[in-house]
Design a protein around this ligand. Structure first.
Ligand SMILES: [Zn+2]
Length: 262
């Protein structure tokens, strides 16, 4: 009896200590969470980090890994309004992001905000992109980043795709141990060269779902708990919330970053 209890406990610990390879893939092996840090999570809009990586952040925070969130934009375009309102909304969303990260267990969240235009990443010129890449390189270098998480390069939102490309460009110059993507708005059809470069990993978060829900609810503006004069904007669809509050988070580990981000 004792032996069974011990085996169960050990399985539980092992299951929770690694990022497991999805069974459908033959490449690679399970990755211990403790080997991931320091971690950088690139988030195009405040809430993407919680939706895509909330369970992972909570698990790694528990294990004491260092986590930095790279906030590409302040998400000021989610609800329309004049310039003053957009600035206010950007501040609101930055605060929401900070609160969500605290709810996930980071005592003093390390958030680097680039303040890029929400909805405008794909319109950035070549020179601007080079400056942004240099800044990201600095952030990664200063923190000794070993693992990067970015949105999927074929996500439906252009800011998400561009975030993936900018980080891929940096990782090609400054290699990391692991480069993962997370999916927020999946495309109808996935590009074959993207899929060919990915191995799917699963993060069992059954014990962390409630924590992730609490963190998601910190993004109040995205749940329409906002100034009624501006309530005509974005509201997180129920289907997205439901999909992101399942017992597993899915990530793709990228084997060939150049091929994947072409
Ligand atoms: Zn987003």
């Amino acid at each position: 009896m004792e032996r069974i209890a011990y085996a169960q406990q050990r399985n539980q610990l092992t299951r929770h200590a690694t990022l497991a390879l999805a069974r459908s893939h033959s490449h690679g092996e399970a990755i211990p969470f403790t080997s991931l840090g320091p971690i950088l999570i690139a988030s195009p809009h405040p809430d993407d980090e919680t939706l895509g990586c909330g369970g992972l952040i909570a698990r790694c925070a528990m294990l004491g890994s260092s986590i930095t969130v790279l906030a590409m934009t302040n998400g000021e375009a989610s609800h329309p309004g004049d310039r003053a309102w957009q600035e206010k909304l950007g501040d609101i969303r930055k605060n929401e992001q900070y609160s969500a990260l605290k709810a996930l267990g980071l005592a003093e969240p390390d958030v680097v905000s680039l303040g890029l235009p929400d909805g405008g990443l794909e319109r950035l010129g070549k020179e601007q992109c080079e400056l942004i890449e240099a800044r990201i390189w600095e952030v990664m270098q200063a923190r000794g980043i070993r693992t990067v998480f970015v949105p999927a390069v074929d996500d439906c939102h252009s800011d998400h795709r561009m975030t993936a490309r900018l980080l891929a460009a940096v990782a090609l110059k400054r290699p990391v141990d692991h480069f993962f993507s997370y999916q927020i708005w999946p495309p109808e059809e996935r590009s074959p060269w993207v899929v060919a470069s990915e191995d799917e990993y699963l993060n069992d978060i059954a014990d962390l779902v409630n924590l992730k829900r609490d963190a998601l609810y910190q993004h109040r503006s995205q749940l329409n708990a906002i100034d009624p004069a501006h309530s005509e904007g974005f509201k997180m669809p129920e289907a997205l919330l439901e999909a992101k509050l399942k017992n597993q988070e899915s990530f793709a580990r990228i084997r060939d970053i150049a091929e994947w981000s072409q």
